[in-house]
Design a protein around this ligand. Sequence first.
Ligand SMILES: [Zn+2]
Ligand SMILES: [Zn+2]
Length: 232
Amino acid sequence: MRMTVGIVHSLARWLLPLRCRVCAQRGHQGMDLCPACHAAAQTNLPACPRCALPLPAGEVSVCAACLSAPTALLACHAAWRYGPTLDALVRRYKFEQDLAAGAVLAGLMLQQRPPWLAGQVLVPVPLHRQRLAQRGYDQAHELAAQLAQATGLPSGHLLRRERATAAQSGLDRQQRRKNLRRAFVALPGPLPPSVVLVDDVMTTGATLEAAAQALQRAGVVQVRAWVAARTP
Ligand SMILES: [Zn+2]
Ligand SMILES: [Zn+2]
């Protein structure tokens, strides 16, 4: 069984004062996030329920792009917009080994839960083993473990990343999809009929789409996604 760094972090939580992971001021609401940085974060509402792209105020329906080109994802919920506070937390979490920033991201995701969580199984979008060896932890695994602990939902590793895909930044939507084709495979064994992919940031959605397709090829009927932040 894989050790979850998040559990070690939640033990440390009892011993250390709350400290904002963005600006180092005192945290609040049980999180390492100060009221000002919390207030600067933007919720991702309203947004398309399929692709999580922001919609004009008052809109609630599926966006035109999703209507014309359905994807493997039945729904996608991005709790927050990738912008003030979220960009700093994600950077610290992914690139500066700051696991406490990841716990804040999980806390923020829990404040903006999707409406369709009941009965789901949480499935982290895995890193390739080379990337895992470099970083020392899998950011989506840590998030999913903390979300599972807080919601009582099961979480499981159902996917393997087959290829160490080239860095996605700088690629357009089409190139990202090509880069990710067959990047994931479902692990052998029985799969639940309905799962929720968990990841930190959604940019074009190509990674989530590739993961969802792998699960569907293996027989999962409904795949949704819950991410911390969506780039607009
Ligand atoms: Zn702060
Ligand atoms: Zn959409």
